[in-house]
Design a protein around this ligand. Structure first.
Ligand code: SF4
Ligand code: SF4
Length: 349
């Protein structure tokens, strides 16, 4: 890319950062993955590993048995090729390369409140680890399950994903995977042009392809486009996403990338206020419950005291009565015992 291209790219990046609803760059690049041409050789995986200086895989790239189990991208593997048998185990498999789809309006960027993701005019969605705070909202937001986290790193873990070889693109080179593909199952070029190529293939070979370019409209469009002869859903590509970009779903709250910075403190303040209100209500409810319990206890205590006093009165009365009775009996006995002498004394007297 010449100096003029770089200048243009910089000014367009600034434009993207100030728009509420950014609709993607008109002249951006993309990759067309024609799955009917893919032979599952994994050379794209190997090239990606080399270009990005990633650790060696557990199983070497010429071991195709690794595809017997479905794989996802990880912090050490930015792209994987999976095999599917949409027509049953006896027919040849369909190979599907999985990586970041470099959405035109990326959900990862919409979710990131520190703006660590940027959709570049060239087509790549790139990530700035320097501003990332590790909240991992991008992982939750991505409908294609792409951003991976360096869980194995205790210090300064980052989000890892395919960069579409953006540094190579700026140097005028092809993405590593595209360059390595021996069958041209991967083609890099202007997105609009690739859509025309894809339509032409569908039109020329209607028995070979479904009349659908996956990524042309899904989630508002992506910079990775797919052609297939089998239903995309049977190849692990979600068909339930709809055609709206992530920013449109969240425009009322998180909105497009640029307004997130402004909105996020408001949102957090709102969440804080809601939590505080909940705490206040809980405290008031607690106080009311305690007051009720105290009232109840007071009433009960009063009742118990009254009952105890009544019982004490009754006991006291009974005791007095008992003592009075005892005294009367003792008096009667004494009279009986001294009855004769008393009479004699009386007679004597
Ligand atoms: S595929 Fe996921 S990680 Fe890649 S740009 Fe789209 S939302 Fe972001
Ligand atoms: S290099 Fe090309 S043919 Fe080989 S697995 Fe990757 S996309 Fe398929």
């Amino acid at each position: 890319m010449g100096a003029a291209g770089v200048v243009g790219a910089t000014s367009r990046t600034a434009r993207a950062a100030s728009n509420k609803q950014f609709k993607g760059y008109a002249d951006s690049n993309a990759v067309l993955h024609d799955m009917t041409r893919c032979i599952g050789c994994r050379r794209c995986e190997a090239a990606c590993n080399t270009v990005n200086e990633l650790p060696a895989p557990e199983q070497p790239f010429d071991d195709l048995k690794v595809m017997e189990a479905w794989r996802r991208t990880t912090a050490r593997t930015y792209t994987v090729v999976n095999q599917f048998f949409p027509d049953g185990d006896t027919l040849p498999p369909v190979f599907v390369k999985k990586q970041c789809n470099h959405c035109l309006e990326p959900a990862c960027a919409s979710a990131c409140f520190v703006k660590a993701f940027t959709k570049t005019p060239e087509g790549a969605v790139i990530y700035n680890a320097d501003v990332c705070v590790g909240c991992r909202y991008c992982m939750v937001a991505c409908p294609f399950d792409i951003p991976a986290y360096e869980y194995h790193k205790a210090l300064d873990p980052k989000i890892m994903k395919c960069t579409m070889c953006h540094p190579r693109i700026l140097e005028g080179k092809l993405p590593g995977c595209v360059e390595a593909c021996p069958t041209e199952a991967l083609v890099y070029g202007k997105r609009d042009e690739l859509i025309r190529v894809a339509r032409d293939r569908i039109h020329t070979f209607p028995d070979r392809y479904l009349d659908h370019i996956y990524g042309e409209h899904e989630m508002g469009g992506t910079s990775w486009l797919y052609l297939s002869g089998a239903p995309f859903e049977a190849l692990g590509l979600r068909e339930d996403l709809g055609n709206k970009a992530a920013g449109e779903y969240t425009s009322g709250a998180l909105g497009a990338v640029p307004i997130v910075i402004g909105l996020w403190p408001v949102l957090l303040t709102g969440i804080y206020a809601i939590n505080k209100r909940k705490e206040k209500i809980a405290a008031e409810e607690r106080a009311a419950a305690v007051s009720e319990a105290v009232d109840h206890a007071e009433v009960q205590a009063e009742g118990r005291l009254k009952a105890a006093l009544e019982k004490a009165e009754q006991d006291k009365a009974a005791a007095i009565e008992r003592e009075f009775k005892k005294a009367l009996e003792a008096e009667a006995k004494a009279r009986l015992a001294s009855g004769g002498s008393e009479t004699g004394d009386g007679e004597k007297a």
